[in-house]
Design a protein around this ligand. Sequence first.
Ligand code: DQA
Length: 145
Amino acid sequence: MPDTVHVLNGPNLNLLGTREPEVYGRTTLADLEAACRASCERHGLDLVFRQTNHEGELVTLLQQARGSLGVVLNAAAYTHTSVALGDAIKAVGLHVVEVHLSNVFAREPFRHHSYISPVARGVICGLGIDGYRLAIDALAASRNS
Ligand code: DQA
């Protein structure tokens, strides 16, 4: 579906709103989905929004996004550990925008490395849920490039 954006969320993001609110804010995953849906609607795009706590499931969801306009991916902790996710992004050849709610570079050193950044079209971090909106804007803009 070339007019569909997939927003994929990794482990513990189902707890948004109550999980370390001083780091991740008080927005829930449902609020985030609603914000992403509104952004997609503004661009005339369909949205597939998913969250999983399982690494292999994220790989499957990336594979299932083939044929779409692109993916907004917050792989959460798997960002820093998952060779499989980096390989999957290369394999599917999709535009993937890596997003993090927090500024991972202002946090612990183990969060400074990403297996996704080298194969992502772009990276947005530290802007909270606005990062997702900006990533959707970027994918929408890529329709004309
Ligand atoms: C995160 C940052 C990761 O380091 C962390 O493991 C997360 C969330 C973020 O959105 O800021 O779970 O991806």
